[in-house]
Ligand binder design. Sequence first.
Ligand SMILES: *Cc1c(COP(=O)(O)O)cnc(C)c1O
Length: 499
Amino acid sequence: MLYESTRGGARNVTAADVIKTGIAPDGGLFVPMETVTFSSEDIEAIKEMDYRERAVKILSPYLDDFGLSKTREFVYNAYNNVKFDDERIAPLVKLSDQLFAQELWHGPTSAFKDIALQILPYLLVESLKKANDGKEAVILVATSGDTGKAALEGFKDVEGTRVIVFYPENGVSEIQKRQMITQEGGNVYTIGVSGNFDDAQSGVKAIFTDKELIGRMHGKGLAFSSANSINWGRLVPQIVYYFSAYAELLSMNEIENGETINIVVPTGNFGNILAAYYACKMGLPVNRLICAANENNVLTEFIVTGIYNRNREFKKTISPSMDILISSNLERLLYDMSGRSSSSVLNWMTRLAEQGTYTVDDGTHRKISELFWSEYSDERETLKTIKSIYDEFNYVVDTHTAVGIDVYDKYVISTGDLRKSVVASTASPFKFNRSVAEALLPGETIEGKSEFELLNILSQELGLRIPPGLKGLDAKEVRHTAVCSPDGMKEQVEKILGL
Ligand SMILES: *Cc1c(COP(=O)(O)O)cnc(C)c1O
């Protein structure tokens, strides 16, 4: 498979080069030049397989330059019961006759980002080997809270790599912050930014495309790469679990092969739902992709109207991993839906950068709104959903997953569509435990308690096991204390790299 940039500046790039560089040199995002198709026989075949074999089957056409045996080796290294606390990797839980939750948070950091970030280091190290230019990869990460920890954990002490994570200093949960600032490993750096996720992401993108800095890096044998979902290597492992969910529904005799389902994804940077879109494009029988937003509902407005407008107040919500106004991966969808028009994409992205808003043409908008459906959930509704899911199904969801389920309920009310639907459960309820406790436990039980105390309280009150990665966090030594302004990010990178 060869890849090209959404902005027209690069074509015929190998998977290894795409993964190594992360972002295309013209500032666009790499996309596959051909469509991989998966027939109903292929789907029938993966029904009998475990998660790992499903992953090998789905990943190998995208990673053909790595070879099948390497791909298999990487998959087996990433997805096993040392790294994941459930050997099914992404188990599907039946909530009602219509709705199923796919738990994507059984990895080391308790959010779905692990599924991609446990395998990405293998892909990246192999890509560096193939390039054979002796360069060390400097992985810059902007995080809204979960990617940062998952990248630190995936890349810690991986030879030939260094990781620098920027997180919004006051925009993540206590647990998320503590996970990152206590990170061990000789090649990892975590820095707080006095701004929001969009500031951190824009800062990282600017550093990535800073020609003068890149020149100095090359002189020192260093090259940038990305562990954000702008890197194709982050997205492609996420396609696997949507096929896996469908295969599980088949095994559970919930659907017939070929029957369409809906997929509901709590969305921020549009990475996870884009992977669902690619699955659909490959042949996964999908009726609607339901894009669930929180009060930072730029995407809902876009899907409904065709107007993307980030010029609005940034809201800090109880689903912080979705507090994003510039959803990078939408660019890949726009490329496809505009008939692969790099000139249109370039035009829209330039407007977004200069004016903060753009409007797509009617044809593109129509195609998007035929497949995607979107609504948002405010904080009161999100908390209410956590409570009602618990009362109805004796099942505990985190705030992000609750946004997904609330929006799914709105979809059913609006359309009457009762076909089987899968909601991506993106984080463990323990990771955002203050809001979960607030929704489920009496005020006097939680008053004045820290998130670390709440871990134990939630576990006792609800009879649930605390994920191993979240246990004992408060007793761990703080190792990263640096903070900078969005303008100071470049200087931090220079300092760390000795430039
Ligand atoms: C990252 C994240 C999201 C949003 O995913 P995108 O790929 O950015 O759309 C949703 N929920 C959780 C828990 C996350 O960590």
